[in-house]
Write a protein of this length. Structure first.
Length: 670
């Protein structure tokens, strides 16, 4: 008997929309029913099923009916119940449904809370698909996703899997031996019930000596639900102590988060068992073996390009559908509708590509490696894995992603990034750049630096960045008003865009950095709230989310908005620090402010600058919130006609004519 596999689960208004991949031998069945059986004591039959394309069978599970069908008062029991799922084709029951390959992690978060019962997908050790019910009457469901120290303050981030009413309230509880010692109310972010809680060091060190556990409590309609203790399984058997002698975190062997106050010495790291040590080494071996297999794929197709010219695009390591690669992609599709194109993406960002029906391959898969090995064109705005060996038939177009203020590549005196050394970083950068066939540059200033910093001797197109074409072609009131309406930004207030960069030494892990907002937003709202709104746009490498819900309609956190050019256009003033965004913003000739509260350490201890930060910038340098407020008020009142903006434009932005994307596609097609 052929295997039936679970293909997908979607949640739709209290319903589970389940899709099964069904072998062809069942496709002619006239009577198809899905049977859910609970401990052989209750049966729930679904007669409404639907055949979709490609042998896919769809059916809906009504969670309310499922609870009713159990005929068991779940609010008076503590056990969990599992509904086994089978399908009957023309009276013949199949074997149990298996889980499709590669979807296990994606489907585990498809959870429903109905009538204080939790219903969730359940996968047995043999990968059979079932639905699990459990009593959630007196608890709330919380996923803790990350914990870290930020200047000795503690950050807890995660997701609350529970819908709250308008008067719902969330609190962090810190307990010692089940005795409540500290509470802090926090807000849920609008984006997918996420939370980010900051607990100040000053509050933690007030706690008596001892060890503490964390809980989340939700109060809705005067009923309170408390989570189990918070745990973070991926950090189990780890310690996160601080320089401070008072505070430390431990994750025990199941990942339970333990806070130690005045007891850091008592946090003894649990030695990994021989079994866990074996799996750690095995994982490293698997990754290394996987990479070797990918290398073999590149070698296998060394002289076997795709028959049809194929273009593979990637933006910011597969994290976005944005920037210059997107503009080039759009222009290429317009001029060559039948072009064979695929995007390389990180699996965490698959939803957006599905939404817009954009062809893609998932990074780290065989299909992904094969696409890169056989494609005729690579178009990306950041470096690709160093082990990629570009085959003779491939043309590698590197668009890059900004004019350099911070030192780059071999020009960096001391590299403080995770997972590399100064010597290795410089060597690898030059090795990567040697693969490029074309590099885009926004101006002569950047071209000179790129050649030296990247050790690049190849072809350069000094045409501006395609991502900035819109700043020339759409800089008009009609487009700007339309975007403001879409983003919910008022037309009668000055719009300030705050777009800072990341700090090399504030890394959480390789490829992820933290950032603490240096502005006093509360003070800014008090003094500017009647006339201004602020858009916050964080760098894509900054992993920790910003909780701005306390500031109402004064702050718009649009860090996840894909097209930063739209944010440039709707804003009247830019605030940045050491980010290269001001080179792009200069095309608009609008006021800029440079908020550099840590200028001395960044300039001297981290990367250093190519420009004279004090003399060459087209705006005021500010180092505290009070001065920032005064400068914003000055710009709003006075006619801002700074001659520095025009001089800056002529030096760094004068090649931008709105047609960079077209010029790159000319290169691709001819």
């Amino acid at each position: 008997m052929s295997t039936i596999r679970l293909k997908d689960i979607q949640i739709k208004k209290g319903l589970y929309d389940c899709q099964l991949e069904v072998p062809a031998e069942y496709s002619l069945a006239e009577d198809v029913q899905v049977v859910l059986s609970l401990r052989d004591s209750a049966i729930y039959i679904i007669k409404q099923t639907q055949w979709l394309t490609d042998g896919t069978l769809s059916f809906y599970v009504d969670s309310k009916e499922l609870i009713s069908a159990s005929s068991i008062p779940l609010n008076r029991i503590e056990e969990e119940f599992v509904w086994n799922v089978s399908v009957i084709f023309d009276g013949n029951m199949t074997e149990k449904i298996r889980v499709g390959k590669g979807i296990f992690q994606e489907l585990t978060d498809r959870i429903l809370l109905m009538e204080h019962q939790k219903i969730s997908p359940y996968f047995t050790v043999k990968d059979n698909f079932s639905l699990q019910m459990s009593n959630e009457y007196d608890s709330c469901l919380v996923y803790l996703e990350s914990t870290y120290w930020l200047d000795n303050d503690l950050i807890l981030e995660g997701t609350l899997i529970q819908e709250l009413g308008k008067k719902g309230r969330c609190e962090l509880l810190i307990k010692k031996n089940d005795q409540l010692m500290y509470t802090k109310e926090f807000s849920i972010l609008q984006n997918r019930q996420r939370f980010s809680i900051l607990v100040a060091k000053d509050e933690l060190i007030k706690l008596p000596k001892g060890q503490y556990h964390f809980y989340i409590q939700v109060t809705d309609e005067e009923i309170s639900y408390e989570s189990q203790y918070l745990y973070l399984e991926k950090e189990k058997n780890q310690i996160m102590a601080r320089d401070s002698e008072k505070l430390g975190l431990q994750f025990n062997n199941v990942g339970k988060v333990i806070l130690a106050v005045d007891e850091i010495s008592s946090l003894v790291k649990v030695k990994p068992s021989p079994v866990s040590d074996f799996f750690e080494k095995a994982d490293r071996y698997i990754q290394r073996n996987k990479r070797e297999k990918f290398k073999a794929i590149f070698n296998q197709y060394k002289n076997q390009p795709f028959k049809e010219t194929t273009y593979i695009f990637e933006s910011f390591g597969g994290r976005q559908y944005s920037d210059s690669p997107k503009v080039i992609y759009d222009e290429l599709i317009k001029r060559k509708p039948n072009a064979t194109i695929v995007w390389s993406i990180d699996s965490d960002f698959e939803r957006e590509f599905k939404k817009f029906k954009i062809p893609y391959v998932i990074k780290g898969t065989k299909k992904w490696a094969t696409a890169y090995a056989r494609a005729q064109f690579w178009i990306t705005n950041a470096r690709l894995p160093l082990w990629f060996s570009k085959n003779p038939h491939t043309h590698y177009i590197q668009t890059w992603h900004g004019s350099p203020l911070k030192k780059l590549g071999v020009d960096i005196d001391k590299v403080v990034m995770p997972g590399t050394s100064t010597k290795a970083y410089k060597k690898n950068f030059v090795k990567e750049a040697a693969k490029w066939d074309l590099l885009l540059s926004p101006n002569y200033y950047s071209t000179k630096i790129f050649r030296r910093a990247f050790g690049y001797e190849g072809n350069v197109m000094e045409i501006g960045y395609p991502r900035n074409d819109k700043l020339v072609t759409e800089n008009n009131s009609r487009y700007i008003d339309k975007k403001k309406a879409e983003l919910g930004i008022p037309k009668d207030k000055k719009v300030v865009l705050y777009a800072p960069t990341w700090r090399d030494n504030d890394f959480i892990e390789k490829g992820k950095y933290s950032f603490e907002l240096p502005l006093d937003i509360k003070q800014m709202k008090q003094q500017l709230g009647e006339d201004f709104v602020v858009i916050i746009r964080m760098h894509y490498l900054i992993a920790n989310s910003m909780n701005t819900t306390d500031f109402g309609d004064f702050v718009y956190n649009l860090s996840s908005y894909s097209d930063i050019s739209d944010l440039y256009l709707v804003s009247d003033i830019l605030i940045t620090d050491y980010s290269s965004v001001f080179f792009d913003y200069g095309i608009l000739k609008r006021p800029m402010i440079f908020y550099a509260n840590d200028l001395s350490s960044y300039k001297d201890d981290l990367r250093g600058f190519y420009l004279n930060y004090y003399q060459d910038l087209p705006g005021a340098i500010i180092q505290n919130t009070s001065d920032l407020i005064a400068e914003l008020q000055r710009i709003a009142i006075e006619d801002y006609d700074d001659i520095r903006l025009e001089e800056f434009y002529q030096k760094y932005c004068n090649v931008d004519d709105g047609e960079a994307g077209k010029k790159v596609v000319d290169y691709l097609l001819h």
